[in-house]
Design a protein around this ligand. Structure first.
Ligand SMILES: Nc1ncnc2c1ncn2[C@@H]1O[C@H](COP(=O)(O)OP(=O)(O)O)[C@@H](O)[C@H]1O
Ligand SMILES: [Mg+2]
Length: 600
């Protein structure tokens, strides 16, 4: 076990971590980041103001009490005025009650203000996150993002908590206290004031350290969340490779780092608090020493010394509050910086702008389209083809050649590095991207279903679909009979809490879901990879006739899927090497002949 001093030393030497999202360790200024909070606060400021007024009101109520006490002692008790006693007691009672009531309401209003602003930020952030470009999600782990989208928001609550109002009231008390000290004895007041810069500098020094440690702590927590999510979602892999202990060890090592940072933070904070709280004690002792000397010399009175000592509390109480708060502030700043990094991400292009598509004719053209994920390695090179409305197109090629990537470009998940994609004769960038995607039915290579029942899943892209439409689509995808054989039919729950489906059943559900959407363009990525030959054959016997007038892209190397299509694009080495029908390619293209024969 390391000693306290080791933790302190390590804690003091921590630097700001590199933010995974912005890819660097320097953030925008606090002023710029605070601007991100402005819209949320301005939406709810009234509730915050109500809470603030109540705090000021509560502090004001504290002021007359000593005066009333003086009145009680001098004018009631010492003057033996019994008839005034009831009134004074009632007044004190009334003030005490009003104070308690105001404080109760203030807590409620501030909690509500804080809650509503937080909820608003959370809402905005989630909406933004789902509009981040697809590439953003390719580069960031799910667990990590989950943590950043939820936990970091809690850290910024500080900015709209009642602490802010207490900072103002304490600052006012501090200024008032200092003035009183100067009024009482300016020489001692100067001596006390000399201590304040010391306090200021130690706060500044420790603030920087706490800032870095807060960042480190939050980042490490997000890493823990990411590892945990990864382990839980790949539990079959862990079991199959009997790597449970290794997985736990890996998780524990990240958790230990988190604990280490937390302990370092505690050590640094405790030293910071020691520095902050020792200043007032030193000041008090010095005042006592000098005051006693002056009294002995006959230059000062005992009463003045006692009063001065009492008023020191008026200065150091708030000063200490402000100093400790500014350390807490560092945590909130770190959270704000992390949230702001998310606010700064440029959303997908053409969300909410451009032409809204009601229907597509289904004409799609690629003109010299090249694409690279990372800017270096070309995945697709100079792809050109023209597909007319209602044409059925197959994309064929070896694994890793870029077939899925090509479909992702049709869905506008990414923008081509060069060249242009046209829908119905217009560049893709002219359209509102959501409305364009609404007209495209997509079956991904790895079909994803949501929790809920089968009906809800099938209606995912078209919640208004009728029962008949859904059954029609399920029949077309060859899954209707299976669904009917389930105990609750279309109402059967699937997912974590329900029936488990095979990969092939998922694929067919996913095809049916795309059909229920009644798209104008259907995009299928190896839709039959998990189906047996017979099922596959019957699927491709029915499907093409059912969607005769719709444009179809199907990625597949299976003969039954590509035999009947109007056009086949053969991909090899990142580009289209041949185009034609199955018959013409078999006759003219040796590569295709070899590929399809060996593939099937
Ligand atoms: N999200 C991604 N980020 C970076 N590279 C990717 C991504 N997806 C695929 N790739 C790369 O692009 C190439 C083509 O992949 P893909 O389109 O999935 O091939 P196919 O579907 O033909 O098997 C591969 O080399 C793969 O490593
Ligand atoms: Mg693929």
């Amino acid at each position: 076990m390391d000693s306290w001093f080791t933790y302190l030393k390590q804690g003091l030497s921590r630097k700001l971590p590199k933010d995974r999202i912005i890819g660097k360790e320097n953030y925008s200024s606090i002023k710029t980041n605070l601007k991100n909070l402005r819209p949320f606060i301005s939406r709810h400021w009234r509730k915050g103001l109500l809470g603030s007024i109540l705090i000021f009101f509560t502090s004001l109520l504290g002021f007359p009490q000593p005066l009333i006490f003086r009145y009680l002692v001098d004018n009631v008790i010492l003057s033996r005025q019994l008839e005034l006693l009831v009134g004074v007691i009632l007044l004190l009672l009334g003030i005490a009650l009003a104070e308690k009531l105001a404080s109760l309401l203030q807590q409620f209003y501030f909690a509500r203000f804080e809650q509503e602003v937080t909820l608003d930020i959370q809402h905005d952030l989630l909406e933004r996150a789902l509009h981040f470009p697809k590439s953003f999600f390719d580069h960031n782990e799910t667990g990590y993002l989950m943590h950043r989208l939820s936990s970091d928001v809690q850290g910024v609550r500080w900015f709209f908590s009642s602490t802010i109002v207490y900072i103002i009231t304490n600052f006012l008390r501090f200024v008032g206290g200092i003035s009183l000290l100067f009024y009482l004895e300016w020489r001692l007041a100067i001596m006390v004031s000399v201590m304040l810069p010391g306090l200021w500098f130690s706060v500044r020094y420790f603030s920087g350290k706490i800032h870095a440690l807060s960042h480190q702590g939050m980042e490490q927590q997000a890493i823990v969340a990411s590892r945990l999510q990864e382990s839980l979602s790949s539990v079959s892999l862990i079991k199959a490779f009997s790597s449970e202990f290794r997985a736990v060890r890996c998780l524990m090592s990240e958790l230990k780092t988190a604990f280490q940072i937390s302990l370092e933070r505690t050590s640094v904070s405790s030293v910071a608090n020691l520095a902050i709280s020792s200043m007032p004690s030193i000041a008090r002792t010095m005042v006592l020493a000098l005051g006693a000397y002056w009294i002995i010399q006959g230059q000062w009175t005992l009463g003045s010394l006692l009063a001065f000592q009492a008023y020191l509390g008026y200065v150091f109480g708030p000063a200490q509050f402000l100093a400790t708060t500014s350390l807490q502030f560092q945590n909130a700043v770190a959270a704000l910086e992390r949230i702001s990094a998310l606010f700064d991400i440029v959303p997908e292009e053409n969300v909410g702008t451009g032409i809204t598509v009601e229907r597509l004719k289904g004409e799609i053209e690629f003109k010299n389209v090249s694409f690279s994920y990372d800017g270096y390695n070309q995945v697709l090179k100079d792809i050109s083809f023209h597909v007319y409305p209602g044409e059925h197109v197959a994309i064929v090629g070896p694994s890793g050649v870029g077939k899925t990537t090509l479909l992702s470009l049709i869905l506008c998940f990414y923008k081509p590095s060069s060249g242009e994609i046209y829908f119905d004769g217009r560049p893709a960038s002219d359209y509102e991207v959501g409305s364009l995607r609404r007209r495209i039915g997509y079956v991904s290579q790895d079909p994803l279903l949501i929790s809920g029942n089968i009906m809800q899943n099938l209606k995912y892209g078209n919640p208004d679909a009728t029962q008949e439409q859904v059954i029609w689509a399920a029949m077309a995808a060859g899954i209707h009979q299976f669904i009917q054989s389930l105990p609750a039919g279309y109402e059967t729950e699937i997912g974590e809490k329900g029936v488990k489906l095979s990969q092939g059943q998922k694929q067919r559900l996913s095809i049916a879901r795309a059909l229920v959407k009644e798209p104008d363009v259907l995009v299928l990525d190896e839709p039959s990879s998990a189906l047996d030959r017979l099922t596959e054959k019957s699927l491709f016997q029915i499907l093409p006739t059912l969607i005769r007038n719709k444009t179809l892209f199907v990625v597949s190397n299976r003969l039954s899927a590509i035999k009947e299509v109007h056009k086949i694009l053969v991909l090899n080495e990142n580009t289209i090497v041949a185009t034609g029908t199955h018959q013409s390619l078999i006759e003219s293209n040796p590569y295709y002949r070899k590929f399809v024969v060996t593939a099937d």
